[in-house]
Write a protein that binds this ligand. Structure first.
Ligand SMILES: Cc1cc2nc3c(=O)[nH]c(=O)nc-3n(C[C@H](O)[C@H](O)[C@H](O)COP(=O)(O)OP(=O)(O)OC[C@H]3O[C@@H](n4cnc5c(N)ncnc54)[C@H](O)[C@@H]3O)c2cc1C
Length: 554
């Protein structure tokens, strides 16, 4: 087993800043949390590692799911979410999501987000895979995330109680003698007074750092999605769960075998408007695979594509969206249309080559219904968190909603019970070792090849052997990519462990050697902790009823 660093090597903090609450990340989860916290007058420091709008949020195309239509209800949204989660959702978390969802989306509209509307002024709703009702609200056709991000960034800029620090990379958690969170160490690039390694102190820290798509070579996630929050929480000893449930989006534009990094997504909503998948012979293979055909849940479609690619020995299939016509393409999917055309494909007349690629992680830092983690004072919100709403597979467009709803819950919890400010234990000189950025591609290739859509004991062992051969090294002046690569490798090791332990196929976790779902043994979650000696411990826990107390806090 690779010896994983339990602290990120960095210089001693050269400066300190304080606030009531620190929020790490400026996607929907982070900014919504900051805005909620302001309702009770708390001061908030938002730190984000690149520009404020970098992150998955601004790339979200399809929309945000909520039971807003008259013929819909939270109960039906709950049912669809549980079905997609294949028996592993925490039903109470899902109930919170779907019942608080409609008001949360209306709250976004009050904040200034402009959603697309019908001619009568009602919010326009569409359908995506796994939903039995039209309940996806969208903006700018297929630019939902960009519009949400715009509205939120404008709102925080107008609030003097929220300070935003860009180009600030969170490194590790700072705790007090009781083990409770008291802040983070971070590395800030080029802002004069606060430059280099510093300490941001607060009795409540909210991780909102998004997903870890960059653990894989091909992903729809942007370059900032390196899983820093999950790795930071692991180093602090927090419980992390469900890491094996990585969602591979079925329709990512196929740009050739050597493409790497962020790949262009062709939203499920395109299939919602009538597009369908065909193989090289023009056959509509999804019709025989599932009653919902091309709109089956994502794992079903991704697996069917992989099977068809194998049978036909090709590396992609095709999406036929020609029947949508030029008008629908321009009105509903201007961003995807532009993305296709810029690569020489006109979807009005051409087929789009697609194949599955990493898209979303259901697992992450284990939280209870109020975003609390196993470390007092440390909260997690959005894709970094594992609230239990997604189970073994996320229902389309539930993730923006999760960030929004749980931000409200965390905001209320911290406002009611802000922790005690205690003397922080600041890191002294660190001589810990890091994984240098040069090994990143090796890790990503290994994960794509052996821990992707198709997994088996053999492939997972190959991955573990490759990861175990990585060696940390003493880096005098680490750069951002070294810290990120260490985070990526930390998550890769834990994910591979989870994937090899779960000997069944469920949701987005597909074991070729255990092709059946096994409720008798596996209707449980896998939870891991990084030990102080850099090894991992993993155990099973029930899928519901996570509660973390804030013992001894005011
Ligand atoms: C192409 C694409 C399309 C999608 N479409 C949809 C959709 O239609 N509907 C839907 O519901 N979901 C969709 N998703 C998923 C959804 O966008 C994300 O799950 C959601 O936006 C996550 O929000 P977040 O706030 O948790 O994270 P993000 O929006 O990813 O934000 C994370 C933030 O943390 C910062 N950060 C990361 N590490 C550090 C660090 N060490 N220090 C400081 N800051 C850090 C980042 O810079 C960023 O600001 C899509 C995702 C992608 C990639």
């Amino acid at each position: 087993m690779i010896q994983l660093p339990v602290q990120l090597a960095a210089a001693q903090p050269g400066w300190t800043v304080r606030a009531d609450v620190i929020v790490v990340g400026s996607g929907i989860a982070g900014l919504a949390t900051a805005l909620h916290l302001r309702r009770s007058g708390l001061t908030v420091l938002v730190v984000t590692k690149a520009q404020v709008n970098e992150g998955s949020t601004r790339w979200a195309q399809g929309g945000i799911a909520a039971a807003l239509a008259e013929d819909d209800s939270p109960a039906e949204h709950l049912e669809d979410t549980l079905e997609a989660g294949v028996g592993l959702c925490d039903e109470e978390a899902v109930r919170a999501l779907v019942t608080e969802g409609p008001a949360a989306v209306r709250g976004l509209i009050s904040l200034g987000a402009r959603f697309d509307t019908e001619p009568d002024g009602e919010i326009a709703l569409t359908r995506e895979g796994g939903h039995h009702r039209d309940r996806i609200a969208h903006a700018g056709g297929d630019a939902t995330g960009a519009e949400i991000s715009r509205a939120m960034v404008e709102a925080i800029a107008q609030d003097p109680g929220i300070e935003l620090v860009e180009n600030a990379l969170a490194l590790d958690l700072i705790t007090d003698v009781t083990g409770a969170a008291q802040g983070i160490t971070l590395h800030v690039m080029g802002t004069g007074q606060r430059d280099g390694v510093g300490a941001a102190l607060a009795p409540a820290v909210v991780l909102a750092t998004g997903g870890f798509g960059q653990v894989f070579r091909q992903t729809t996630n942007p370059y900032v999605s390196t899983g820093d929050g999950v790795a930071l929480a692991m180093r602090a000893g927090a419980d992390v769960a469900d890491l094996e449930f990585v969602q591979f989006h079925p329709t990512v534009m196929w740009l050739g075998p050597f493409a790497q990094g962020q790949q262009p997504l062709v939203s499920e909503a395109v299939r919602g408007e009538g597009a369908y998948l065909i193989d090289g012979d023009g056959a509509r293979f999804m019709v025989d695979e599932h009653p919902m055909a091309d709109l089956a849940p994502r794992d079903v479609v991704a697996k069917s594509i992989m099977r068809r690619m194998r049978q036909t020995q090709t590396d992609h299939v095709w999406l036929d969206a020609r029947k949508l016509g030029a008008d629908t393409w321009v009105r509903r999917f201007p961003t995807i249309l532009e993305s296709c055309r810029s690569r020489g494909i006109d979807p009005v007349t051409d087929l789009i080559p697609v194949s599955p690629a990493q898209h979303y992680v259901s697992g992450g830092v284990l939280t209870d219904l109020f975003g609390r983690t196993s470390i007092p004072g440390l909260y997690a919100c959005g894709e970094v968190a594992c609230t239990g709403v997604h189970g073994a597979n996320r229902l389309a467009s539930n993730s923006l909603l999760e960030g929004l709803v749980f931000a409200g819950r965390i905001g209320s919890m911290i406002s009611a019970k802000l922790g005690v400010v205690r003397e922080p234990i600041l890191p002294s000189h660190q001589d810990q070792r890091l994984l240098p950025h040069q090994v990143r591609r090796r890790v990503q290739k290994t994960m794509d090849r052996h821990v992707g859509v198709l997994r088996s004991a053999d492939s997972l062992e190959l991955a573990a052997t490759e990861l175990n051969s990585l060696a940390t090294t003493e880096l005098g002046r680490p750069i951002t990519e070294d810290w990120e690569t260490t985070n990526i490798a930390t998550i890769a090791a834990a994910l591979t462990r989870h994937a090899s332990l779960r000997e069944e196929t469920r949701g987005s976790h597909w074991r070729e050697d255990f092709p059946e779902r096994d409720d008798a043994l596996w209707q449980v979650r896998l939870v891991s902790n990084l030990n102080v000696d850099g090894t991992l411990s993993t155990r099973t826990v029930p899928r519901f009823g996570v509660t973390y107390a804030d013992e001894g806090r005011s």
